[in-house]
Design a protein. Structure first.
Length: 276
């Protein structure tokens, strides 16, 4: 009897170890699949990250969103979102509807800091009327470009489909960076922009599609109309959305679906590989 009991106990131990090893193997297999497909990154959620900005001598924050279906096996469009004055990357990427639209169309979204909350992304020159250093514009601009480069290196980004958008100060930054580096951006989205002064440079992006949103109750509305008139004069490919009685923030948030739809309409389609 004792011998039979010992045998049964031994078999139970063996079965338990076998089940444990089987479950552990399944767990490892799932981990491997996740790492190989998504690159080991959390998807479908907002990620607050940092990188070391050598020119500034400190860590710089930025915020990232990867769609749930993200896989390194194909390339993905990238939306670069520039925040407004006294705001930050974490706020703009959490605008209502923004990540939902990114999920709908399958876009990666990244929001840089632009060095600090008042950097203007270089659109107001080197100095800000709020803060130092005396090369603030340069640092703000370079921070955006650094973050775009980081995302391109780390993730599978379609370099032909990088969309630049921004709200308020970020809208001014969208104009500025769009006109200074026209080869980088597939589409520009200045939203309720605090426009820069170099409207004559619009001719540099004559062939770049632009979508612009303004509310008629926004204090920036009339200055924005000058840019709409100039786009019309240059016969640019643009869409202007004017929100009647709309303010500075809600007008933009409510029209984000139309902004992303415009991006999608002007998205470069992947080139199919042909084997001969």
């Amino acid at each position: 009897m004792a011998s039979n009991s010992a045998c049964r106990l031994a078999m139970q131990v063996i079965e338990h170890k076998y089940c444990y090893m089987k479950r552990f193997s399944l767990f490892l297999m799932l981990i491997f699949i996740f790492l190989s497909v998504a690159g080991g990154y959390p998807t479908g959620q907002v990620l607050d990250r940092t990188y070391y900005f050598e020119d500034a001598g400190k860590n710089m924050p930025y915020t990232l969103y990867l769609p749930k279906a993200y896989s390194a096996k194909k390339t993905w469009p990238l939306v670069v979102a520039l925040h407004g004055l006294f705001s930050n990357p974490s706020q703009i990427i959490r605008y209502p509807r923004l990540t939902a639209q990114a999920e709908k169309y399958g876009y990666i979204v990244v929001a840089p800091m632009g060095y600090n909350t008042v950097g203007w992304y270089g659109s107001r020159g080197q100095l800000s009327f709020y803060t130092k250093p005396n090369n603030l514009g340069e640092l703000s601009e370079k921070d955006v470009l650094n973050v775009v480069t980081i995302i391109q290196k780390e993730f599978s980004v379609d370099s032909r489909n990088i969309f630049l958008m921004g709200h308020s100060m970020g809208g001014g930054g969208t104009w500025h960076l769009g006109m200074k580096y026209p080869e980088k951006w597939a589409v520009l989205g200045p939203l309720a922009p605090a426009a820069p002064r170099n409207i004559n440079d619009l001719k540099k992006i004559k062939d770049t599609p632009v979508i612009m949103v303004m509310g008629t109750k926004d204090s920036l509305w009339r200055s924005g109309l000058k840019w709409v008139e100039e786009m019309k004069r240059l016969n640019m490919h643009y869409e202007y959305i004017e929100v009647k009685n709309g303010g500075h923030v809600r007008s933009v948030i409510e029209r984000l679906p139309e902004v992303f739809n415009f991006f999608e309409k002007h998205r470069h389609q992947p080139v199919e590989r042909v084997d001969y």
